[in-house]
Design a protein. Structure first.
Length: 248
C-alpha cells in the first residue's frame, strides 16, 4: 500500500473507498483460488506476482527462478485477463541476478529491496548508482525498483515498512515514522500479510520461540491498528504501485 500526501481532493476522500493497494500473490494460491484474484482485480486493486512457490531466491537455481517468475506472471495474467507489472521476492530475498531476471521477464518494477540489514533473509542490491523516481530507483528506461520504506536515524536504518514491525511498535510511534518519511520523500510504502489480520489462525507449536513471537505477536490488535493508521492519513492519496510509477 502506497501513501502520498498529494491527494488532489482531500476534503472529499472517504477513509476506505479511496484506498487502492497492490496485492503480491503467490502462484500456488492463485491456482487454488482464482476467484479471489479476480475479486481483488475487479475492486480496482493491483494484482502483482510474489513468485509461485515462495522459495527464497538464494536457494534456487537460475533456471528454476526464471520458471518461477515467468510462470507466476503468466498464471496471474490469464486469471485477470490483463498485464501484471510488479514482482516481490519471497522474504525480500532480492539479489543482483534476480533483479536482472525480473527485468528480463518483462516486469515494469520489482518491489523486493528492504534496506534493514539485521534480517539475514533480506537480500542485498547496490542501488546507489541509480537515479530516483520519487521513492523508486530507476534501474533502466523501463524498469524500476520500489523499495520498502524504512526510517534512517543517526546513521541507522530502522525497520518501519510494516509487517511484524507494525504489529510490534505502538501505533503512535509507527505513525511518527510514517510522517517523517512523508516529509522527506513525499511517499511511503507499507506492506502487510493477509494472515496478520487473522488472530484465529492455527498455532504451530513446533516452531521456535523466536519464530512464534515473530509470527503471532499482537495478531489480535492488527486490524484495529491498520484502521487507525488509515484514519491517521485519511487525507493522503493511496495509489497502487503501478499508479505511483505512472507519474514518472
Amino acid at each position: 500500500m502506497m501513501i502520498r500526501p498529494d491527494d488532489p481532493n482531500p476534503s472529499t476522500r472517504a477513509p476506505l473507498p479511496g484506498i487502492k493497494a497492490t496485492f503480491f500473490i503467490l502462484g500456488w494460491v492463485a491456482e487454488r483460488m482464482p476467484h479471489l484474484v479476480r475479486e481483488i482485480h475487479s475492486l480496482g486493486h493491483e494484482v502483482a506476482s510474489h513468485g509461485f512457490s515462495h522459495e527464497l531466491a538464494g536457494n534456487c537455481r537460475h533456471e528454476d527462478l526464471k520458471k518461477d517468475i515467468e510462470g507466476s506472471r503468466k498464471l496471474l495474467e490469464d486469471i485477470v485477463g490483463g498485464p501484471v507489472y510488479g514482482y516481490r521476492a519471497p522474504n525480500f530475498s532480492i539479489n543482483t541476478d534476480l533483479l536482472k531476471l525480473v527485468e528480463d521477464s518483462g516486469y515494469l518494477y520489482d518491489s523486493s529491496y528492504n534496506s534493514f540489514s539485521a534480517n539475514s533473509r533480506y537480500g542485498r542490491v547496490d542501488l546507489s548508482g541509480n537515479g530516483n523516481a520519487g521513492i523508486a530507483k530507476r534501474i533502466s528506461e523501463g524498469f524500476y525498483e520500489l523499495p520498502i520504506s524504512n526510517v534512517e536515524w543517526a546513521g541507522l536504518v530502522l525497520p518501519a515498512g510494516g509487517g511484524g514491525y507494525f504489529r510490534l511498535y505502538p501505533l503512535h510511534l509507527f505513525s511518527l515514522g510514517v510522517k517523517a518519511m512523508l516529509r522527506k520523500q513525499s511517499a511511503y510504502m507499507f506492506y502487510m500479510h493477509p494472515w496478520e489480520i487473522d488472530p484465529q489462525q492455527p498455532r504451530v507449536k513446533e516452531a521456535s520461540t523466536l519464530s512464534r513471537f515473530r509470527h503471532y505477536v499482537n495478531l489480535d490488535r492488527t486490524m484495529d491498528k491498520l484502521s487507525g493508521l488509515i484514519s491517521e492519513f485519511r487525507s493522503c492519496g493511496f495509489p497502487t504501485c503501478r499508479q505511483y510509477l505512472g507519474g514518472f
